[in-house]
Structures are given as structure tokens and as C-alpha cells.
Design a protein around this ligand. Structure first.
Ligand SMILES: [Zn+2]
Length: 362
């Protein structure tokens, strides 16, 4: 019997624009450390996928600014695009990243006087950025824009008929809210892709988020909208970043009531436990009856050796998880989010996307 004919290569959309979003540090546990979110992550994943022969590397196409403005407030976009220039004009050392040092918290909003904000965008950074893990350098805005174009180009390929396209987005996106940046994220790539689907005629879009962290930005953006289902599996926010969201009691509001499903996972969750929770999420997605490809926020920081993870997944588990998602029957726009165990990222990406790819072809 002849061997089965090989599947056509899956589009892998990537760009080198992210390489200039580098040289970063973050404040973590009271120390300044090299940022976990490094350019090397994307390079390792790209090279491992291409080495399999199953992926076709493509550059992103420029989709312009409108798709970003459909999700994010103009003042946030203005901040991301201009904060570095303002800081440099004010004497900031170009060799050092920008981090906020003063945050605008709800206590201010409730009790203080906010009719005036500082003029320099770098001085306003703490009104938009919610943590000390999201450094900005000269190349950050261009990298963030390229990540959006990567996501939208991956979407184009799926709408043209591919069952799967993978967008190697860096910086990631799922922590970025309508008017917030944080968690290494500036523009919410997955939310922008979902919004783009709606603008192209879809009426119901599902986003599945399997990054280790709750996608607080994605949840916020679609919180009160019933046309987008957001399902997230993540480390229990009672102990895990971003701490203030991702609890099972958060279910959406207004028209979006019931269109948010959070599945927090206890520490030590292994592959069987993970797949069990995933089945609940997939059942919700099936019941939602989306009329569009599935948008997948894909993180590998669920891996047992990830430096900021407390789950117990191993590489083989990713093939199972990918195959489970494929069993839904939806075409998939997979967009890279987190994953910081650099030595294992390549193998984990090959396993996950291989399981997904084979499942969708079967
Ligand atoms: Zn993450």
C-alpha cells in the first residue's frame, strides 16, 4: 500500500520586526531580571517548526491601523506609538527600557482629581500599564504592530481555505485590554482577529485561550458582548498572575452574560487533568455554535519546567491537547502568546501544532 500523501504545509506567519523589541528587563520578586519574554522564544519556535518540513514560512501583510483601533482606545494606541519618543526627548537613557514607576489605581479614580494628566506620554505610562513586567524600548511599537499583522495574515489564510494557520506573534497580546497594557502585551492580537472576523460578517466567534495565564485583556474587551465567547484555562489566579481576574465566578455581563468561561486549574495539574478541564471548555465552544474559525490563544507556559508555571504538563501532552481542539471540527487561527522554558519551546510547539494539524486533516 502506498504511504498516505503528505499534508500540504501549514502557513507559519512570522516577522523579524520583533527582534528590535529586545534588551529588556523586568522587575520580578523585587529584582531586576532579564525579561522572560525574549526574542529567542520566537526564533526557537520558528526554527523547530520549519525543521519538520510541515510548515511554510510567510511574512505578514500590512493590514493598516484600523483593525487595532477597532479594539483599542485611540489614547492607548497613541501611548504605545509615542511613549518612547517622549521619554527620549525628556532625556531618558536610550540603553534602558521604560517601565512605569507610578500607577493610576482605583483609589485615585474614586477619591482624587483626575481632570489633568501629565503631558509626556512616558509620565502617563502608569495610567495604562498595570505591572512592572512590560518594558518598552525603541522597537516595541513596530513589533506590536507586526504581531497584529501576523495575526490578521494568519486569519486571511484560514479564510482562504486553510484548516490551520499559525501566527508567531511577539509581543503576545492576551493581557492587553481596551485601554490597558501589561503582561508583556501591547495590542491584543487574538481580540483584533476576533473583531476582524465580526467585521467580515461572522456573527458568533469563539476564542479559546490555553496560555497558562488568564487573558484578562481579552476577557475585558468582550466582557459585555454576546457575539464573542471567551474560554480560558489557566493557573488559579488566587496564586498566579494576573491575580485580579480569571476566577470561575466571572461569567460576563449584559449581552455577554455567560459568554465568558474561566477554568482555573489547581497547582500540579497534569495532562489528564488538563484535558479533562479542556473537555468542559470545548463543550462550551461546541454549544456556542460559532460561524467562524476558532481563534486560539496559544501559550506553552503550562509546561512543567516553565519558570513562571505551577502545572505539570509534559511535551507529549501538547499533542493530545492539539488533537482534542481539532476534534471540535473548526478551522483554527492559532496565535502565539506565552511560554518561557526556551529549551523546550520548539518541541512543545511541534507537538501541539502537529496534533492540531493532524487532527484537522483527519
Ligand atoms: Zn502566559
Amino acid at each position: 500500500m502506498p504511504p498516505p500523501s503528505p499534508l500540504p504545509p501549514t502557513p507559519l506567519i512570522a516577522s523579524d520586526a520583533h527582534l528590535a523589541h529586545a534588551g529588556l528587563v523586568e522587575l520580578y520578586a523585587g529584582r531586576e531580571i532579564p525579561c522572560f519574554e525574549s526574542p529567542e522564544r520566537a526564533t526557537v519556535i520558528r526554527d523547530a517548526l520549519l525543521a519538520t518540513g510541515d510548515y511554510r514560512l510567510e511574512a505578514p501583510e500590512d493590514h493598516g491601523p484600523d483593525a487595532i483601533a477597532a479594539v483599542h482606545e485611540l489614547e492607548l494606541i497613541d501611548l504605545v506609538e509615542g511613549v518612547w519618543a517622549d521619554a527620549i526627548a525628556d532625556g531618558h537613557d536610550p540603553a534602558r527600557p521604560l517601565l512605569p514607576d507610578t500607577f493610576l489605581l482605583r483609589e485615585y479614580a474614586a477619591r482624587m482629581w483626575l481632570d489633568q494628566l501629565p503631558v509626556g506620554r512616558h509620565q502617563r505610562l502608569g495610567a495604562y500599564c498595570f505591572d512592572t513586567a512590560t518594558p518598552i524600548v525603541a522597537g516595541t511599537a513596530a513589533a506590536a504592530r507586526a504581531a497584529v499583522d501576523i495575526g490578521l495574515t494568519a486569519l486571511d489564510r484560514v479564510l482562504e481555505g486553510e484548516r490551520l494557520a499559525y501566527g508567531l506573534c511577539r509581543p503576545p497580546g492576551h493581557h492587553a485590554g481596551r485601554n490597558l497594557i501589561g503582561g508583556y502585551c501591547f495590542y491584543n492580537n487574538a481580540a483584533i482577529v476576533a473583531e476582524s472576523l465580526l467585521s467580515r460578517g461572522a456573527e458568533r466567534v469563539a476564542i479559546l485561550d490555553v496560555d497558562f495565564h488568564h487573558g484578562n485583556g481579552t476577557q475585558q474587551i468582550f466582557w459585555d458582548r454576546g457575539e464573542v465567547l471567551y474560554v480560558s484555562l489557566h493557573g488559579d489566579p488566587g496564586a498566579i498572575y494576573p491575580y485580579y481576574s480569571g476566577y470561575a465566578t466571572e461569567r460576563g455581563a449584559g449581552d455577554g452574560e455567560g459568554a465568558t468561561l474561566n477554568l482555573p486549574l489547581p497547582p500540579g495539574t497534569d495532562g489528564d487533568g488538563y484535558v479533562g478541564a479542556l473537555e468542559e471548555g470545548l463543550a462550551a465552544i461546541a454549544a456556542f455554535e460559532a460561524d467562524a474559525p476558532l481563534v486560539l490563544s496559544l501559550g506553552f507556559d503550562t509546561y512543567h519546567a516553565d519558570p513562571i508555571c505551577n502545572l505539570s504538563l509534559v511535551t507529549d501532552d501538547y499533542a493530545r491537547i492539539g488533537a482534542s481542539i481539532a476534534s471540535l471540527g473548526f478551522s483554527v487561527v492559532a496565535l502565539q502568546e506565552g511560554g518561557y522554558a526556551v529549551d523546550a519551546l520548539g518541541a512543545n510547539a511541534v507537538a501541539f501544532l502537529g496534533g492540531l494539524r493532524d487532527g484537522l486533516a483527519g
